[in-house]
Write a protein of this length. Structure first.
Length: 187
């Protein structure tokens, strides 16, 4: 009973700290926009990246980083470009919050604060040019606080000839911050 009470109290303190922006440490990392190219996980060259990691704010090759990415790009059997969550790939970390994407019609530059909920975590997501998404990691990245990291992306162009997609992305690498505006997030 004491162990349960201690765990419940610790969780309540984490939730309270995360809901109060003044309880967070000052942000130290700036949000920067980047343009990246991802190649199909299924058919692209192994030498090129096919996934994106919010925690490192970069495109990664899945075979080099294991499961240290939040989603991958691929082309499905019918030739559609898709984004695959780590749950779809069978690589989801344990925990209640899974990496996910949330489609939005909001203009990329107007996506200034990531929502807390509503992220797709277990489906393959078909994409097209100009699609936009909010991004969320699992809690493993910020395990001390028990909160995910957030980001945003826009599909710039899918190139079927090279089975690649060009995206622009912003990742907020500060634990507990949901701001997606460029620069160092404020409380």
């Amino acid at each position: 009973m004491t162990r349960f009470f201690g765990s419940a109290l610790a969780m309540a303190l984490v939730i309270a700290a995360c809901s109060d922006p003044n309880a967070l440490a000052n942000a130290t990392l700036s949000n920067v926009e980047d343009t990246l190219t991802l190649y199909s996980l299924a058919t692209g060259p192994l030498t090129e990246p096919s996934a994106y990691s919010i925690s490192t704010a970069r495109a990664v090759r899945t075979w080099e980083v294991g499961i240290d990415f939040d989603f991958a790009f691929s082309v499905d059997n019918s030739g559609r470009p898709v984004l695959l969550t780590v749950s779809v790939l069978g690589l989801a970390p344990s925990g209640s919050v899974k990496p996910g994407l949330l489609r939005t019609s909001t203009a990329f530059d107007s996506m200034t604060r990531a929502p807390l909920n509503g992220y797709l975590t277990t489906d393959t997501i078909a994409i097209a040019d100009r699609d936009r998404f909010y991004l969320r990691t699992g809690v493993t990245t910020c395990s001390v606080l028990g909160v995910p990291l957030y980001g945003k992306l826009e599909v710039i162009h899918y190139d079927p000839a090279n089975a690649s997609v060009q995206i622009r992305a912003v990742a907020n690498q500060n634990c507990g911050y949901r701001s997606l505006q460029l620069g160092t997030p404020k409380r």
